[in-house]
Ligand binder design. Structure first.
Ligand code: ADP
Length: 492
């Protein structure tokens, strides 16, 4: 592509060279320098990659985008373009390089402090139930039409993002659905993208501190940017920050929540539990009337489902698809049921610290199980405070705990368990528990000793697929291991 075409929409000054050059690719990592490539110099928090410009040109790079002046005598022969923000330019140029794929799909962005991942999965499930072909990007990775790959950030760098959109489009996707983090907005990763729908879940103080946002107000204002870049905003009207977050919004708003003024509002919800369902049921009224069942527990599942339902409504999807999509949505490793017996309910969850364990156990307790049983351990070579904390919470909140390994890494499992015991003793000296160091034995024990009506939470690993002993990772898929054992012992 000609440099001039690549720069479409970007404000720049040509400092040196010609716009007639052919550019094959854009890079922002100097180690990828090669002829035909354009290197974008970025001022980062750790270093300023303008320092690598000369080396890149020596390695063959054809053009440079800079944000501040560099010594032109060190970059002979290269085209040099100066822009106000090189990250912004990188985003726009990446869009151009990949043919601006986001303009040819329905774009949906989800932002908020909590519930982004769960809500995007629910939206995907609803859209797919309606026959849409969806590509999804978020904390759990990239998914499209049966493919899955991991990602480093919740919102990838703009170049990777645009490249992924291109893959979605080429594979036949009609919709791209993504989590949009405040960092992603602040770092211009999503610059140049217009969303058909922006979704807001909720806001609470988080991501504030060195290297992240300076204040809560700043964090909120970055999240609010999404509603200046979308056509329709689907927003939680019950959150106390909604009004401030939406200041200066330019989109049409459709609201959801439990309060009277919400466009789509949920009435009181019921908790439902069987061996293969652990969720909520509620009635939606307002602009529409429908009954909804979601196979995910807790009050926040009502909110996440309402957000997904509202997106479905904005897109004009049929009620049956919305109903079906919400009913069957599963997020791997998050309150993921493994229905191996009619007698009890067993689930996997990634809760691996005090706060998430407490929140999970509180949610599960509300279902009034015969016993609430937890299978858990803590990672080796990590904070001991976590061991005390998780031990304390489980001793206080569970009826029975099965202590076992998590990822031991280079520590002895016995030492980790001893630390957990300290916490348990503090939480409840009379807590009932057993110690079974091998996690597979612990899973078998949990199944063998399950009582009618028990709710068993196997926590810590969630969607992880391995266990780490002495730095060696071997496959460990809890879902499969449980299913295999159930088959072996003929469980029904
Ligand atoms: P995110 O992707 O925004 O980090 P997740 O969907 O991964 O959020 O949810 C993280 C945890 O937060 C969940 O395990 C659950 O305990 C809790 N959670 C999920 N949705 C909500 C919500 N709408 N409000 C509050 N907490 C939530």
């Amino acid at each position: 592509m000609k440099l001039e075409q690549l720069l479409e929409g970007v404000s720049y000054t040509l400092v040196q060279g010609s716009l007639e050059l052919d550019i094959e690719d854009i890079i922002y990592d100097s180690r990828k320098a090669a002829p035909g490539r354009l290197f974008v110099c970025i001022v980062g928090t750790q270093r300023d990659s303008h320092d690598y410009a000369a080396q890149c040109v020596a390695d063959g790079v054809t053009a440079l985008v800079v944000q501040h002046d560099i010594d032109l005598s060190t970059v002979p022969g290269a085209a040099v373009l100066k822009v106000e923000s090189s990250r912004y330019a990188l985003a726009l140029m990446s869009g151009n390089l990949f043919g601006n794929p986001s303009r040819r799909m329905t774009m949906i962005g989800v932002t908020g402090t909590k519930g982004k991942t769960t809500t995007t999965h629910m939206i995907k499930s609803v859209l797919e139930a309606a026959g849409r072909k969806v590509g999804m990007i978020g904390t759990n990775g990239i998914y499209f039409l049966g493919h899955h790959q991991e990602t480093a950030n919740t919102t990838p760098e703009s170049y990777e993002l645009q490249k992924t959109f291109r893959e979605f489009l080429d594979a036949g996707c009609d919709t791209a659905l993504m989590e949009v983090s405040s960092q992603g907005l602040m770092m211009d990763r999503v610059a140049g993208i217009h969303y058909d729908i922006g979704v807001f879940t909720n806001l609470s103080p988080d991501h504030i501190g060195p290297g992240e946002h300076k204040t809560f107000e700043e964090y909120r204002s970055w999240k609010g940017q999404l509603f200046k870049r979308c056509t329709t905003g689907v927003v939680n009207i019950d959150d106390e920050n909604t009004e401030a977050l939406l200041e200066g919004h330019t989109c049409k708003l459709v609201t959801y929540g439990c309060s009277e003024k919400a466009d789509y509002r949920a009435g009181t919800y019921q908790l439902l539990r069987t061996h293969d369902f652990l969720g909520v049921r509620f009635h939606v009224s307002g602009k529409d009337d429908m009954d909804v069942k979601v196979n995910m527990p807790g009050e926040f599942s009502v909110y996440n489902a309402l957000a997904a339902l509202t997106v479905g409504k904005v897109l004009g999807l049929p009620d049956e698809a919305i109903h079906e999509g919400l009913g069957r949505c599963v997020v791997k490793g998050r309150v993921e049921l493994v229905p191996i017996s009619r007698k009890f309910t067993i689930l996997l969850d990634y809760a691996h610290n005090e706060v998430s364990t407490e929140s999970l156990l509180t949610t599960l307790r509300a279902y009034e199980p015969h016993r609430l049983v937890v299978v858990f351990g803590c990672g080796g070579n990590r904070s001991k405070l976590r061991r005390y904390g998780m031990g304390e919470i489980c001793a206080r909140m569970a009826d029975f705990s099965i202590l076992t390994e998590d990822n031991n890494r280079f520590e002895k499992v016995e030492d980790i368990l001893a630390d957990i015991r300290v916490g348990m003793n503090k939480g409840n000296p009379d807590a009932k528990f057993v110690e079974i160091p091998d996690r597979l034995d612990a899973l078998h024990y949990a199944v063998d000793h399950a009582q009618e009506g028990d709710l068993i939470a196997v926590i810590g690993k969630g969607h992880e697929t391995y266990r780490d002993r002495e730095g060696v990772k071997t496959p460990f898929l809890e879902r499969e291991l449980l299913e295999e054992y159930a088959r072996q012992i003929g469980l029904e």
